[in-house]
Ligand binder design. Sequence first.
Ligand SMILES: C[S@@+](CC[C@H](N)C(=O)[O-])C[C@H]1O[C@@H](n2cnc3c(N)ncnc32)[C@H](O)[C@@H]1O
Length: 224
Amino acid sequence: MGKRIPLPEEPIAGIDDVVQYDRDAKHYIFPEYKYFVRKVLRKGIKGGRVLDLGTGPGLLAIELAKARGCHFDITAVDISENMVRMAVKNARQAGVEDKIKFLVATAAALPFPDNSFDLVMSYASLHHWFEPVTAFNEVERVAKDTGKVIIRDNKRMYQNPFYKSIIWIISQFTSRRHRQNWSKAISASYTIPEAKEIVKKSHLRECRVNSDFVFVIDLCIESQ
Ligand SMILES: C[S@@+](CC[C@H](N)C(=O)[O-])C[C@H]1O[C@@H](n2cnc3c(N)ncnc32)[C@H](O)[C@@H]1O
């Protein structure tokens, strides 16, 4: 099995990288934000306090804030100040700045009391976290007893030639920069057994770990 290649350091913190990521995410990642929001709504979650971890330019949080007939009070955090600035700008442009609070914080030490959130969600950030077990413990701590957790990310599946060709084909329709970042992100991501092992070591309880997006190229950790 191909070994995981962790990201050397936070690679999307410089302003040029943030601008580029924001542009690429608006072009290429949008179907996944929509899918994520549909998943939340299908669970019957239509309101309450939501935490988005590793929000980046805030596009998932914004998509959730725009969901019709819903009333979410969203807090979104990212370790990168430049990402948070971009997220604030995007929320203002989308007209949802009053529905989302953006903060600079790390998933490994969340500045919130225990039992604060009805939903803790995250997209494409887990593979960056240097201390995933600590971060999962924080997720468990800040989620209410009745709260839900949905953490989605890439899945490391380059060891499988079939998946490798699918990613290669899809990535031909994206920019060179996005292609390179995606490839590094996949190599830094976890396999399903590895993610299950991290969950097991953490305080997160009763979570299912599987793949359910198109071509099952994703990893989803989801409370029952
Ligand atoms: C690939 S981006 C995904 C951004 C966003 N969730 C999206 O879907 O567009 C990963 C984000 O995770 C953030 N990040 C990395 N490590 C983090 C940590 N320990 N705590 C919080 N955010 C982190 C990065 O700064 C970056 O904005």
